[in-house]
Ligand binder design. Structure first.
Ligand SMILES: [Zn+2]
Length: 300
């Protein structure tokens, strides 16, 4: 078993990435946090506000992630710290905007101790009601804590979402060579062992097998845009679940993380995929609730 083929970020933080990355993160977080705070105050539909606590941090987090990729940052710790800073800036700016809206647009000082005092007053008196109930004190604080938790969680999830591999020799971010390609469930342990050995027999033999309806593998290959030596593949397991109302949702887990593959294998994979699926499409089995059985059935 050889683990050296797995992609490892070098840890580099170019100076432009440090400065511009942080600036972009703080700028976006402050603007979007402000808008979120204002919307939260004026919009009476609580549901929309809860949705915002997911949507705003996910959107800002994604933008920060793409900025860091473009600026060639490949340091997990730096991304993590910037993610924390981004979430804090969203939360702080949202609170400031909210408090400013509460006092009818008197532009208050964003001084934390001053803000804290006003937030205390809001908590004592309550600001909004749902069915004639005006939450105050502990109830409000719990809701605020949940919201703050959501902001941190979704910001971090987005910022730290695995970036594409980087070609250190050429100082370039790799780009998609083979777009996410689903194929049938196979023995992923054997596939992994082979890839670690620099081979891909099972993968090559399977890529043209039609994916199962409920569970399948998905291959993506990235390549360096400059040289002909940096190819990386990632294999995910995608599981489709259908609930009682017939709504389907998918979840993916990384089965084999970004791993170096040889140019020859990538060329073979590309050629095979271009030929289309080898096996016929199987009928949907969407009324089957038990997922684990399907996985077992597909896993041959
Ligand atoms: Zn390269």
């Amino acid at each position: 078993m050889d683990e050296t083929r797995y992609y490892q970020p070098s840890g580099a933080v170019p100076i432009l990435g440090l400065v511009l990355g942080s600036a972009v993160a703080i700028f976006l977080a402050t603007i979007c946090g402000f808008v979120f705070g204002v919307v939260e105050f004026y919009n009476p539909i609580i549901y929309v506000n809860f949705l915002g606590a997911f949507f705003v941090p996910a959107m800002v987090g994604n933008a920060v992630r793409s900025t860091l990729i473009k600026l060639k940052v490949r340091n997990w710790t730096f991304s993590m710290l910037l993610g924390l800073l981004t979430a804090t800036a969203i939360l702080y700016s949202a609170w400031w905007a909210y408090v400013v809206a509460v006092v009818k647009w008197e532009l208050l000082s964003p001084d934390p101790t001053f803000l804290w005092g006003i937030i205390g007053l809001i908590s004592d008196n309550g600001v909004w009601s749902i069915k004639r109930y005006t939450p105050t004190g502990v109830v409000l604080w719990i809701l605020w804590a949940i919201e703050a938790g959501a902001i941190y969680f979704f910001t971090m999830m987005s910022v730290l979402d695995t970036p594409p591999p980087f070609c250190e020799d050429c100082d370039q971010v790799t780009t998609q060579k083979i777009a996410p390609h689903p194929f049938s469930m196979k023995d992923s342990l054997q596939m992994r062992d082979e890839l670690e050995d620099g081979r891909a027999d099972l993968l090559l033999a399977s890529v043209r097998d039609y994916p199962g309806a409920n569970c399948f593998l998905r291959l993506t290959v990235n390549a360096c845009p400059t040289c002909d030596e940096s190819y990386f593949a990632v294999i995910e397991t995608v599981t489709i679940t259908v609930d009682n109302e017939g709504k389907s949702s998918s979840s993916n887990t990384t089965t084999i993380p970004w791993i170096k593959v040889d140019a020859k294998i990538v060329a073979e994979l590309e050629a095979l995929i271009a030929l289309g699926y080898f096996t016929e499409k199987v009928a949907d089995v969407s009324d089957d609730d038990d997922d684990s059985e399907d996985v077992a059935a597909d896993d041959e």
